[in-house]
Design a protein around this ligand. Structure first.
Ligand code: AHR
Length: 508
């Protein structure tokens, strides 16, 4: 018989709302994410709308994709939006120097991105160019997108076929300003963020939510500088701060920057090292939140983790600048663990965007460059199984005996992870068993409500290295999970080794 872990959930004590935007996405002009991923062009044999691939849209709609960040990443600070509007054959080309040194023809620009968001039913999140752009260029972009009536940018938009302004909330003031976004010091960037934030106006009733380019990993000094420089959080003269949120980037990279590790060829030690790195997201969100609390105890400034996920060596034979990697059960467990942590930080964390949706890094979807075949990754299935947490009230999970752990070098890894939420009379519990070999049972003590029924699904596979390909698209896919039994106080859930399980319990 395996270990039994008791977990107490008071289903009638609701915590902060888990924003659906914690399940957000990111699409950069990088490798085959946009071109050959989302966008195949109008002449493609694949079903498309204005060049946007429709089976990709359909798969993401099934996740209730809440938002999409674009056009970068590092690309954002090289992107000049005016090159991406107007007739496609007249758009100037450029070289994408960050990613593969390939030519960018600008056929996918503002109108195509906004059309994609409309097809997806997702809110756009646009990152403007601070690194190599100008304040005027950014200010004009906001006017072009969001202003109604008549103005120079409105006339230009209308001439390009769009009468009505778009609704647009999420606006990034550059990206990784400490690195590819201009190699600035924290203070220099913070001053720039105030300046750019000033001229990104709210036109009509459109309200921008300005997101300053935040820290990398544990650079708490960067976060502190941005919080200090933010100034008043609102006064009669200027009712809004210059930026409403700060971002943060953290990637799970178990190896070195030069040799990050292979996506599919790895051993058990590599697996545990990965999980230790992934679990670090809790320490980082806690650390950055603590710094923000010192300046903003009322938590009015948001934290946006707008890049996260695994980063492996590229697949052999692919362009090193394209960041194309496979995605195994291990990646799915990394995602499940992140979401548990996100749910616990939903008082400060307002958005998160995994990098990067299609064909790049920890993608939801991989497409074959030759046949076009589309494959859903194990990570995709975690997003799908967890979608009941969108905009649900978080529920605290207490494990009085402590979670089982495992020593990984000098680090201690908790091998069981659980989070829960409540919405529409249902409790959704997500459970991960990160142990590579041992099963475990979790006994859920659901207090403050009566369970009238439960439905459970499991994502696992024989091997941690299992992944999906066009030939075996469902090697890692969710199945009904039968090993959930009613107890006097709740439910007992069996978790096989290396598995991710969701339990949806209906309340009386
Ligand atoms: O997601 C890939 C790259 O990682 C992004 O362009 C950049 O912001 C980060 O360094």
């Amino acid at each position: 018989s395996n270990a039994v872990v008791p977990a107490i959930i008071n289903v009638d004590v609701e915590g902060p709302l888990i924003s659906r935007h914690l399940y957000g996405h990111f699409a950069e002009h990088l490798g085959r994410c946009i071109y050959g991923g989302f966008y195949v062009g109008e002449d493609s044999d694949l079903p498309n709308a204005g060049g946007i691939r429709l089976d990709v849209v359909e798969a993401l709609r099934a996740l209730n994709i809440p938002n999409l960040r674009w056009p970068g990443g590092c690309f954002a600070d090289e992107y000049h939006w005016m090159d991406g509007i107007g007739p496609k054959d007249q758009r100037p080309a450029m070289v994408n120097t960050h990613w593969g040194n390939v030519e960018e023809n600008n056929h996918f620009g503002t109108h195509e991105f906004m059309a994609l968001c409309e097809l997806l039913g997702a809110e756009p999140y646009i990152s403007g160019n601070v690194g190599s752009g100008t304040v005027k260029e950014m200010s004009d972009w906001v006017e072009y997108l969001t202003r109604d009536g008549d103005s120079p940018m409105v006339r230009l938009r209308k001439a390009n076929g769009r009468e009505e302004p778009w609704q647009l909330r999420f606006w990034g003031l550059g990206n990784e300003a400490w690195g590819c976004g201009g190699n600035m010091t924290a203070q220099h960037y913070a001053d720039e963020a105030r300046r750019y934030g000033t001229y990104c106006r709210d036109h009509g009733d459109n309200r921008l939510y300005r997101i300053a380019a935040g820290a990398n990993t544990d650079d708490y000094a960067w976060t502190e500088t941005l919080m200090k420089t933010l100034g008043d959080l609102g006064c009669a003269y200027r009712p809004q701060p210059f930026y409403q949120a700060l971002s943060l980037h953290y990637y799970t990279i178990p190896g070195t920057w030069q040799d990050k590790g292979d996506a599919t060829v790895f051993g058990t030690d590599d697996y545990y090292a990965t999980m230790v790195k992934a679990a670090r997201i809790d320490e980082l969100l806690t650390g950055h939140s603590n710094v923000m609390d010192c300046y903003d105890p009322g938590k009015t400034v948001g934290l946006v983790l707008d890049e996260w996920g695994t980063w492996w060596n590229v697949e052999p034979g692919t362009n090193p600048g394209f960041l194309y990697q496979q995605n195994t059960l291990r990646d799915a467990l990394v995602a499940g663990l992140h979401f548990d942590v996100f749910h616990r930080h939903s008082d400060r964390l307002v958005m998160a965007n995994i990098a990067q949706t299609v064909n790049v890094l920890q993608a939801m979807i991989l497409t074959d460059p030759d046949s076009g075949a589309l494959v859903l990754t194990p990570t995709y299935h975690v997003f799908e199984m967890n979608k009941g947490h969108h905009d649900a009230a978080s529920l605290r999970v207490d494990i009085p005996s402590g979670v089982p752990t495992r020593q990984v070098g000098e680090q201690t890894l908790a091998t069981v992870s659980v989070s829960a939420s409540r919405k529409d009379g249902k409790v959704l519990v997500s459970l991960s068993n990160l142990d590579a070999a041992e099963p475990v049972d979790v006994e859920l003590d659901l207090r403050g409500g009566t369970v009238t029924g439960a439905r459970s699904r499991i994502l696992t596979a024989e091997k941690l290295q299992s992944h999906n390909t066009p030939e075996t698209p469902d090697a890692v896919a969710p199945r009904a999970h039968e090993q959930v039994t009613a107890t006097a106080t709740g439910l007992r859930v069996h978790l096989p080794a290396h598995s991710f399980v969701t339990v949806e319990a209906r309340l009386a």
